[in-house]
Design a binder for this molecule. Structure first.
Ligand SMILES: [Ca+2]
Length: 149
């Protein structure tokens, strides 16, 4: 048995799924992961993670931040939410991170809750995540961002 990825060791489990390079080659992309070939403000690497087309500017699925009124345990409050598409079968992932000062970011699962996860039927899901606490309960401002790797 031989190793398929550079730096991997024979006999250990290889990560499965489509790599960015293979995906990019399929679209004949001219730019790199941090370029935006179709000019839709979504970097090529995030198009890969969102499962959208990097050569079709009309295909730009977020992420979208908004304030939504959500009922939790019987009481309805306003929550900061982030909605984004995630695709399966790739070697990459998206992580929601929370900050109160825009310097220190945390992906602690207790800080956020998944509101909904909709299967789009094309190997992508649309996920909405909210901050655990409603707006106005903390003195601090809270920020959400999506990290791709
Ligand atoms: Ca783009």
């Amino acid at each position: 048995m031989s190793s398929q990825s550079e730096g991997g060791s024979p006999g250990t489990e290889e990560p499965s799924g489509l790599t960015y390079d293979t995906w990019a080659a399929g679209f004949d992309l001219q730019g790199g992961p941090l370029d935006d070939d179709d000019g839709d403000q979504l970097l090529n690497f995030f198009e890969f993670l969102h499962g959208s087309s990097p050569i079709d500017s009309s295909d730009a699925p977020g992420p979208v931040a908004s304030v939504q009124s959500i009922e939790v345990d019987g009481s309805t409050n306003d929550y900061l939410t982030l909605t984004f598409n995630e695709t399966s079968g790739i070697r990459g992932s998206l992580t929601v991170e929370v900050s109160t000062d825009l310097k220190n970011w945390s992906s602690d699962p207790s800080l956020t809750e998944v509101v909904s996860r909709i299967d789009n039927g094309n190997e992508t899901s649309t996920i909405t995540v909210r901050i655990a606490s409603p707006i106005g309960t903390d003195q601090n401002k809270t920020y959400l961002r999506l990290r791709g790797r």
